[in-house]
Design a binder for this molecule. Structure first.
Ligand SMILES: Nc1ncnc2c1ncn2[C@@H]1O[C@H](COP(=O)(O)OP(=O)(O)OP(=O)(O)O)[C@@H](O)[C@H]1O
Length: 332
C-alpha cells in the first residue's frame, strides 16, 4: 500500500483553542497520514477532540503547534479559495438554505472553481450532474432541501462535496441520525467514491460495526495519547479496538466481531456447526448462562436442530430460544 499517494500529513500536532493569551490544549502528539484512494474513519469517545482535529485539517482552527501538510506544503500557506478547491467538508450543521433545490445546492459545490457569482460552464454542469448521479440522487434533483429526509440530505451534501472535486473529503459524523440502511448506504458510498475517484476521505463516526466493514484505515483517538492508526483488521488482531471501550466493562470480541460485556470465560461446551457457535454464545451471554457450573454441552446439528446435554438429560430442541428456555427452566 506504500505506493498510494499521500495527500495530507502531520507530525506531533498540538491541538486546541486560543482565546486571547489563554490556551486550552485538547490533544498533543497527534501524527497522521491520509492517502488517496482510502477511506479513513476517525473514532474516539465524545469530547476527545475529533472535531477539533477536523477543524485543524480543513484550516478552520489551526493547530496550536505544528503544521498540517497538504501535498507537502503547510496548510497555512494556502489561500482560502485554493484550499476550498482541494478540501471539501461536510459538517453536521443543519442547512440554512432550505429553499434551494438539490441541483442548486450541488451546483454550489463548484463555487471555489467559478467564483461566488460565477455561472456554471458546461464542464462544471457535467461535474455537478456526475456528482448527483454517483450519489444516486437524480430523483431528488428538483426537490427543495426542506423536503428531504435526513438520509437524502446527507447524500446530497456528499454530492455537493463531490462536485467541489478536491483531493480530500472530510465528513463529521455523516451517519448520525440515519437509520441502519442509510448508515450502510452512506458509508459504502464513501468507500466507493474513495476507491473509484481516488480521493482521500476522512470520516468521523461512532458506528464501529459499519466502520469496520467499510474503512481502509482507522484513527483511534484517546485522551492524552497519540492516535492509534492502522487497518481495522490489524487493530482488531492487536486488541487496539479495545482502546475505544471502558476496559473493565466492555471488550471487542475477535471471535464474535463485535463489542461484548466482559465476563469470565464461557464454561458451557459448544460443539457441532462452528459457524453458528457465536449466536449460541451470544444468547447464553444475554441470559447469563455461559458459566453454568454443572456439566452442560450444546451440540449444534443445524440451524433448527440442537442437542442439549444437561444434568444427565439429553434434549432435542429446534431453536436457540428453546435451548435457553430449557436451561432456565431446569432450575439453575
Ligand atoms: N471553540 C471552542 N473553544 C474552546 N474549547 C472548545 C471549543 N470547541 C470544542 N472545545 C472543547 O474541546 C474538546 C474537544 O471537543 P471536540 O468537539 O473536538 O470533541 P469530539 O471528540 O468531536 O466530541 P463529540 O464526539 O462529542 O463530537 C471539548 O472539551 C470541547 O469542550
Amino acid at each position: 500500500m506504500s505506493d498510494l499517494k499521500t495527500i495530507l500529513k502531520a507530525n506531533n500536532l498540538k491541538l486546541g483553542y486560543r482565546k486571547g493569551p489563554k490556551e486550552t490544549v485538547v490533544a498533543e502528539n497527534i501524527s497522521f497520514e491520509l492517502k488517496a484512494g482510502e477511506l479513513t474513519c476517525l473514532l474516539g469517545p465524545n469530547g476527545v477532540g475529533k472535531s477539533t482535529l477536523l477543524k485543524a485539517i480543513h484550516g478552520q482552527n489551526p493547530p496550536l503547534e505544528g503544521d498540517v501538510l497538504l501535498e507537502g506544503k503547510a496548510l497555512s500557506s494556502f489561500e482560502q479559495r485554493c484550499l476550498a478547491r482541494k478540501i471539501s467538508v461536510v459538517l453536521t450543521e443543519k442547512i440554512s438554505s432550505a429553499n434551494l433545490t438539490v441541483g442548486q445546492l450541488v451546483g454550489l459545490g463548484r463555487t471555489p472553481h467559478t467564483g461566488w457569482l460565477g455561472r456554471l460552464n458546461p464542464a462544471d454542469k457535467m461535474i455537478v450532474e456526475n456528482a448527483i448521479s454517483v450519489t444516486n440522487t437524480q430523483y431528488l434533483h428538483d426537490r427543495r432541501l426542506s423536503e428531504l429526509s435526513d438520509g437524502q440530505l446527507q447524500k446530497v451534501m456528499i454530492a455537493r462535496a463531490l462536485a467541489q472535486d478536491g483531493e480530500l473529503m472530510i465528513l463529521d459524523e455523516p451517519t448520525a441520525h440515519l437509520d441502519l440502511v442509510n448508515r450502510y448506504e452512506v458509508m459504502h458510498l464513501l468507500r466507493e467514491i474513495a476507491q473509484r475517484q481516488n480521493k482521500a476521505i476522512l470520516v468521523v463516526t461512532h458506528d464501529l460495526d459499519i466502520a469496520i466493514d467499510t474503512a481502509d484505515q482507522f484513527w483511534i483517538m484517546q485522551c492524552g495519547a497519540p492516535l492509534s492508526t492502522g487497518s481495522p483488521e490489524d487493530l482488531i488482531l492487536k486488541n487496539k479496538i479495545n482502546l475505544l471501550l471502558p476496559s473493565a466493562i466492555l471488550q471487542f470480541s475477535k471471535e464474535l466481531g463485535k463489542v461484548e460485556p466482559i465476563v469470565d470465560r464461557i464454561t458451557v461446551v459448544i460443539d457441532g456447526v462452528m459457524e453458528l457457535r457465536k449466536w449460541v454464545i451470544l444468547a447464553l451471554r444475554k441470559a447469563n448462562l455461559e458459566r453454568l457450573d454443572s456439566f452442560t454441552k450444546i451440540t449444534i446439528n443445524s440451524e433448527k436442530d440442537f442437542t442439549l446435554d444437561h444434568q444427565g438429560h439429553i434434549y432435542q430442541l429446534n431453536s436457540i430460544s428453546e435451548v435457553i428456555q430449557k436451561l432456565k427452566k431446569s432450575g439453575l
